[in-house]
Design a protein around this ligand. Structure first.
Ligand SMILES: [Zn+2]
Length: 156
C-alpha cells in the first residue's frame, strides 16, 4: 500500500512537469504568432527561463492532502515562510549557484503543507521532485537537504 502511494506521488509530479512544459511550448507558439518567426537561441532561453525548472509534489501523510509547487518565482516572502523552515534556513545559500533558499520547488511545497495544519511536522511530509525538462527525479540541493530534513524524500 505504502509503495503504491509513493509511486502515485511520483506519477503526479511527472504529470505536473508535463503541464509546466506545455506552458513553455505555448509561450513559444505565441512568440511565433507575434513575430512571424521562430525565437532565436537567446530568445528561447528567455522563454524557457520563465518556465520552472522543477516541480515538487508533497503529501501530508496524516491527511492525504497534496501540495504542488514549481521552482522559481513567485517565491514566498519572509513573512509567509513557516517558522519551522525559517529556523532551518542557512544564512547564505549553500547551493553552488547561490540560488536563494526559498526559490526551490521542495521548499515552496513543504511551506504550503506546513501551513495547512497547525500541528504539521516535517516528518509528516512525503516529497517527490522531478525536472520539468524530462520528468526525471531531481535530488534535493544542499539548501533543501537542510530545510526539509526529516521529510520522506522519494527522489533523492
Ligand atoms: Zn533546493
Amino acid at each position: 500500500m505504502e509503495n503504491k502511494n509513493h509511486e502515485e506521488l511520483i506519477k503526479k509530479a511527472i504529470e505536473a512537469a508535463e503541464t509546466e512544459k506545455e506552458c513553455a511550448q505555448i509561450l513559444e507558439t505565441h512568440f511565433k504568432r507575434l513575430h512571424g518567426r521562430k525565437p532565436s537561441k537567446r530568445e528561447r532561453a528567455i522563454i524557457n527561463a520563465d518556465a520552472a525548472r522543477a516541480v515538487s509534489v508533497v503529501c501530508d501523510k496524516k491527511t492525504g492532502y497534496i501540495f504542488i509547487n514549481t521552482s522559481g518565482r513567485p517565491h514566498p516572502q519572509t513573512e509567509e515562510i513557516h517558522i519551522e523552515l525559517k529556523r532551518r534556513m542557512p544564512e547564505d545559500s549553500l547551493d553552488k549557484n547561490k540560488r536563494p533558499v526559498e526559490y526551490c520547488a521542495e521548499f515552496k511545497a513543504c511551506n504550503k503543507a506546513l501551513h495547512s495544519r497547525h500541528d504539521a511536522k516535517m516528518e509528516d511530509l512525503i516529497v517527490a521532485t522531478v525536472l520539468v525538462s524530462d520528468g526525471s527525479p531531481k535530488e534535493r540541493c544542499e539548501n533543501c537537504k537542510r530545510t526539509t530534513e526529516g521529510a520522506i524524500v522519494l527522489t533523492d
